[in-house]
Write a protein that binds this ligand. Structure first.
Ligand code: SF4
Ligand code: SF4
Length: 263
């Protein structure tokens, strides 16, 4: 038996993309990884979990960010480039170790970010537990990253005649994204595996179920009660509903859903 081939969709250097026209509010084109853009159909399998900049990551984020080429990812993050508050930095070097772009130096014992090297991924924001690094929301309306992400998702599904299916794996729901070097314990218990033909409906359903679940003792949500917003409890500055509302407004899908349980 052979497995599925692993393909780097935007090529080995991250530059292989197709420019897809979109009718977004912020963007009129999306740079989609060429292997994705040329696929006849897609099954989008996403781990549903928290995220430091988007509140949560699910199908919309997997489409928008995951299907963009390297430059497309940077365009979506363009407002985010964070700043260091030196008075709060305790020189722990967590951000320095987490930065995928080697944009952080520890000259003088405090973290310092090179704006020229920073790709705005937000990893340092997540890994600083001292509140010393905050996204630079001043340069763009809060939520613009989520809006761009939803618009890129529109580009990722364009021209496929609806031949896109979604699987959200809502188990081990961690507070932060999977791409960091470490993560914390899950914030709620396992919910299950969801499938849908609508990326907005499946993300809405998963987020509603996470909010409705009880926080796991010992996790970042241990004090959050049932029906408290678990993602907001972890990422206080992020309104994750923006990605859902914007995705719906631009025609990516609908927040309406009905859950059918298969046993
Ligand atoms: S993670 Fe925060 S406290 Fe630690 S070095 Fe970086 S900025 Fe300073
Ligand atoms: S946002 Fe990303 S690239 Fe920029 S300094 Fe932080 S970790 Fe590095």
């Amino acid at each position: 038996m052979t497995g599925a081939p692993f393909i780097v969709a935007d090529g080995l250097t991250g530059h292989d993309s197709v420019t897809v026209p979109i009718e977004g509010v912020l963007l009129k084109e999306a740079l989609i990884a060429s292997a994705v853009a040329r696929a006849d159909a897609m099954i989008v399998v996403s781990h549903f979990k928290g995220h430091g900049l988007a509140g949560f990551g699910g199908a919309i984020k997997n489409l928008g960010m995951g299907c963009a080429c390297r430059k497309g990812k940077q365009i979506q993050h363009s407002d985010v480039k964070p700043r260091v508050r030196a008075d709060r930095c305790i020189s722990c070097r967590r951000c320095y170790r987490a930065c995928p772009a080697s944009a952080i130096s520890m000259a003088g014992g405090k973290a310092s970010i090179s704006p020229d090297s920073c790709i705005g991924c937000g990893e340092c924001v997540v890994w600083c537990r001292n509140g010393a690094i905050r996204p630079n929301w001043d340069e763009g309306a809060p939520g613009n990253l989520q809006r761009r992400m939803a618009e890129y998702a529109l580009g990722a599904v364009a021209g496929r005649g609806g031949k896109v299916g979604y699987v959200n794996v809502a188990i081990r729901i961690s507070p932060d994204c999977d791409c960091g070097p470490v993560n914390d314990v899950p914030v709620v218990g396992d919910i299950g595996i969801m499938t849908s033909l609508d990326p907005v409906a499946i993300d809405r359903a998963c987020s509603d179920m996470v909010v409705a679940a009880s926080g796991v003792p010992g996790s970042a949500c241990q004090h959050a009660g049932q029906s408290d917003d678990k993602f907001k409890a972890v990422h206080k500055h992020v309104d994750w509903s923006v990605q859902l509302a914007h995705a719906e407004a631009i025609g990516l899908g609908s927040q309406d859903y009905v859950v059918e349980k298969l046993s």
